[in-house]
Ligand binder design. Structure first.
Ligand code: ZN
Length: 285
């Protein structure tokens, strides 16, 4: 395909638009592809140093007007942090639907809103959360994925209220975090994700740390950012014997005229055992 790819990342909360796929998106931007990020909710009740961290213990004698003003201020702070983080990866098209994250449920209003973005962006790939997070029972991220899939379906049909024509998205990449891949409680045990595509993000891993550090409103500073990347992307890297990877479940099987095997797998299959052992633990690159 001569045309550059258009990718739409849809996250349930603002930081979700880059924290599990930012390294991959940096590679696409470098190749001239277009990346648009869309956050469904403002994410104040789940991660915010003021709203979720202080107000959950009480709002004191603040009036409803003061609370509303503080929430809007915090929303703006978070949006600016996300723009700053995305800019590190070269992503400049960052959009916010700003729904309340009281409980991220699948609603027709949100499906309609995301469908309109899909018809506007016309993505070749939509990157979103794993729909069966926590066993597909109830979870903000899983519901965000369901909204996105429903919206993609709607975007492929007629909508008399939208001036943009329909668009049918060819591929979906479900971005994983390690909690999607592990059966660590009863709900997640029902259907843990099996990654079927990994992206080596070792070259941009420092950007990933900086991007998380930018989220001061979520208290991601200090040692936290580096530890998250070491564990999350380090675990996925270990699965493929790279230093740091992002992991995805590609929804639609690819079709081609030939079979494909990567240079990496060819190298690994027949290398000397000592090289293999050293490479497993990144003592040989
Ligand atoms: Zn989230």
């Amino acid at each position: 395909m001569d045309e550059k790819l258009r990718i739409l990342v849809v996250g349930g909360h603002p930081a979700d638009v880059f924290d599990h796929c930012g390294g991959t998106m940096a590679h696409h931007i470098k190749d001239g592809d277009k990346v648009t990020c869309l956050a469904l909710t403002q994410g104040l009740r789940i991660h915010d140093a003021v709203v979720s961290e202080v107000f959950r213990f009480g709002t004191g004698d603040r009036t409803p007007e003061e609370i509303e003003r503080i929430c809007r201020e915090r929303e703006e702070v978070k949006q600016n942090e996300v723009r700053k983080a995305c800019a590190l990866f070269g992503i400049t098209d960052v959009r916010f639907l700003s729904y309340d994250d009281k409980m991220l449920q699948v609603t027709m209003e949100m499906i309609d809103a995301v469908a309109k973005v899909i018809r506007d962006v016309r993505p070749h790939i939509i990157c979103t959360h794993y729909p069966q997070t926590y066993g597909n029972v109830t979870n903000h991220h899983g519901n965000a994925a369901k909204i996105t899939l429903d919206a993609a379906s709607l975007a492929g049909t007629v909508d008399f209220d939208d001036p943009n024509p329909s668009w049918r998205t060819p591929q979906f990449a479900f971005m994983l975090d390690t909690s999607d891949s592990m059966a660590f409680n009863a709900l997640s045990g029902a259907c843990p994700a099996v990654a079927n595509y990994y992206v080596d993000v070792t070259d941009v891993v420092d950007l990933k740390v900086k991007a998380l550090e930018a989220m001061e409103s979520q208290q991601y500073g200090g040692d936290y950012a580096r530890k998250v990347i070491e564990t999350e992307n380090g675990v996925y890297g270990l699965n493929t014997r790279h230093s740091y990877c992002e992991a995805f479940v590609m929804n639609t099987p690819e079709v081609g005229t030939k079979l494909h095997v990567s240079d990496w797998l060819i190298l690994r299959a027949n290398e000397p055992e000592i090289d293999s052992r050293l490479r497993d633990y990144r003592l040989l690159t």
